[in-house]
Structure formats: structure tokens, C-alpha cells
Design a protein around this ligand. Structure first.
Ligand code: ATP
Ligand code: MG
Length: 315
């Protein structure tokens, strides 16, 4: 079973500051693409602060940095098979392969406002990081994935102490769904949609962005996807059943994510009854109906594009 539980990796903990909890609002933000720069071709074009990671995943460390010639703030996700992996996570080599494939595909297309802007991906020797004390990197090649820096914290941070008001959840859900449609239109399944993989940038809550392509897969033509991967609590039943499946696995995860926004946690699964919604009293019928459609246990749920037409997501 390769479904990641994403529990913490004690060996790296002392390196890690807490992610910011507050959501910055109101500042404008120009994308890197608007600077009309040639696409960066090596890590040497960036100044990276390897001393203090701004985040970590089950199989990565993420650092802040700057594109030197423009001063543009970036995040650099470093992945190496030398990194200790959290129990239950996918093998790093598989995560690197997925991230590489999807990153390179998306780099050649325009970006979407609700998907993190990708700037470049580079191979390295690991010496860049090892020279600054990250011994784990020394022996193995490191892959560096550079994106815009998103400093407003994650959706997971945002619901840590209290769920969102329904109106705020609706707005966030609509934006995430728009980002998802842009991936699905290109045949890309995210496969790890959850509050921790949605970050806020300088525009704050107005612009949630999908991050993290380490679990993503690409469907070409009539091909279907395979592989048990995702995060427990958010993964679709057909993925867990080791069947082949399609992009609608993300629609189920979106349902789990929205349930978590409204109640603080994903829905419970019952062997016989299926998905059990546990929402605050006062949650509207439209929201409950929306969740029932997305959390359909068999994959006859709406496509992400159809989800955008759901009554609950309308203004
Ligand atoms: N663009 C970014 N700007 C700021 N922080 C980021 C950015 N990308 C990632 N991070 C931080 O690094 C963490 C890990 O990143 P990411 O989710 O891509 O890694 P992962 O190893 O694939 O994680 P997972 O545990 O979800 O499999 C994020 O949860 C976030 O805190
Ligand atoms: Mg992640």
C-alpha cells in the first residue's frame, strides 16, 4: 500500500521553522512570466537560502530564494533519493519522476492563477546544499523545482483552529476547482489534493493555489491511471481499490477537502454506509448536496468542469 499517511519525519524537524499562519491580504503580485525574462536555465541564476527551509514534504525540503537578476522571490523544492522519507509516503524516486514529468509539461504551457507558477527545474549535485550543512544531500543528485514563493500559509494552517465560514469555503472551493479544471484539461490528475497542498500567495485568500506534483499523473488519450497513491482521508475509493481510474479521483478528493474546510476534518468512511458527512449545524442544503455529488463512492461523480456548474459554487 503506497498511500501516504504523511506523518512527520523526526530527523529533519530541528531545521524547520513553523509555517506562517496569518494570511496576507491586499498586496498585488506580478507573475514571473510578466517580467519578460528568458526562462532560467540553471540553479546558479538563483540565490537560495539553504540555512532555513520554509517547508518540507514527505519527500522534499523547500527553501526560499531569489532570482538574482530580477529579485523575484521563489521557492525551491529540493528532492533527492538521499532524503529520509516519511513512513507510508511514495518512494522519492517515484515522486521525483512524477514532479519532473508534470513540471516540464506545465512549464511549456501558460500558468493558471490557481496553480503555483512554475519557473524552472534543474539537476544539481547536492553540493550546493551540502556545503551549507545539509549532509543528507551530499552523495546523491538533487532535483530542484523552482516556483513562485507563496508566503500566505496553507489552507491546512487556515483551518487548524477553526473551520471556514461557508461563504469563504465556497469562494476557496471555486478557485481550487478552477485550478483543477486547468490541470484536467491537460490530462493531468493531481492525486494529492488536500488542504496542505493549497497555499496562499500575496493576494491572500482571494487566490488559493495548488502546489505539489509529486503524486500527479498524466492521462494520454483513452489511457487510464493506476497506482495507489494519495493521502489517507482524501484519497478516492477507486484508487484504494487498486483499480484503474481517471481524473475524477481528484473530484472525490475535492469533496473531502471542502468537507474539511467546513468542519475541520475530512468525512468519515463507513464500510457499509459509505461517506458520512459531519458538518456543522446550519450548513446549507446546497453545500450538503454539493458534497454528496462529489463524494459519490462510485466514480460516476461529476467532472471537475461540471463541478463548476454546481449550484453551491455559483455567486
Ligand atoms: N511555492 C511555495 N511557496 C512557499 N512554500 C512552499 C511552496 N511549495 C511548497 N512549500 C512548502 O513546502 C511544503 C512541502 O511542499 P510539497 O507539498 O510540494 O512537498 P511534498 O514532499 O510533495 O509534500 P507531501 O508531504 O504533500 O507529499 C509545503 O507544505 C509548503 O509548506
Ligand atoms: Mg505536499
Amino acid at each position: 500500500m503506497a498511500v501516504a499517511q504523511k506523518i512527520s519525519c523526526a530527523g529533519l524537524a530541528p531545521l524547520l521553522p513553523r509555517a506562517p499562519l496569518s494570511v496576507v491580504t491586499g498586496r498585488g503580485h506580478q507573475p514571473f512570466s510578466a517580467l519578460n525574462q528568458p526562462r532560467p536555465s540553471s540553479l546558479a541564476e538563483f540565490k537560495v537560502d539553504f540555512h532555513s527551509p520554509v517547508g518540507r514534504g514527505a519527500c522534499s525540503l523547500v527553501f526560499a530564494g531569489k532570482h538574482v537578476s530580477t529579485n523575484f522571490d521563489v521557492a525551491i523544492k529540493a528532492m533527492s533519493v538521499a532524503l529520509p522519507v516519511e513512513t507510508g509516503a511514495i518512494p522519492v524516486a517515484e515522486g521525483i519522476e512524477n514532479e519532473n514529468k508534470i513540471f516540464n509539461h506545465l512549464l511549456s504551457r501558460g500558468s493558471h492563477p490557481n496553480v503555483v507558477e512554475l519557473i524552472g527545474c534543474f539537476g544539481g549535485t547536492g553540493l550546493e546544499a551540502a556545503s551549507l550543512g545539509l549532509e543528507a544531500f551530499k552523495e546523491e543528485p538533487v532535483h530542484y523545482f523552482v516556483t513562485e514563493l507563496l508566503e500566505g500559509g496553507s489552507l491546512e494552517d487556515r483551518i487548524q483552529h477553526a473551520p471556514l465560514e461557508e461563504e469563504a469555503a465556497r469562494r476557496v472551493a471555486r478557485s481550487i476547482c478552477e485550478g483543477l479544471v486547468s490541470l484536467h484539461d491537460q490530462g493531468i490528475a493531481h492525486r494529492d489534493l488536500k488542504p496542505g497542498n493549497v497555499l496562499f500567495g500575496a493576494e491572500g485568500e482571494a487566490t488559493p493555489k495548488l502546489i505539489d506534483f509529486s503524486h500527479a499523473g498524466m492521462m494520454r488519450g483513452q489511457e487510464r491511471l493506476a497506482g495507489e497513491l494519495g493521502t489517507r482521508g482524501f484519497v478516492a475509493p477507486e484508487v484504494l481499490a487498486a483499480q484503474s481510474y481517471d481524473l475524477k479521483c481528484d473530484v472525490f478528493s475535492l469533496g473531502c477537502l471542502v468537507h474539511a474546510l467546513l468542519s475541520g476534518r475530512p468525512p468519515r468512511r463507513h464500510m457499509r454506509i459509505g461517506m458520512m458527512q459531519q458538518l456543522p449545524e446550519g450548513t446549507s442544503q446546497e453545500a450538503r448536496h454539493f458534497l454528496s455529488a462529489l463524494l459519490n463512492m462510485d466514480a460516476k461523480r461529476p467532472s471537475s468542469r461540471e463541478v463548476l456548474q454546481e449550484p453551491w459554487l455559483q455567486e
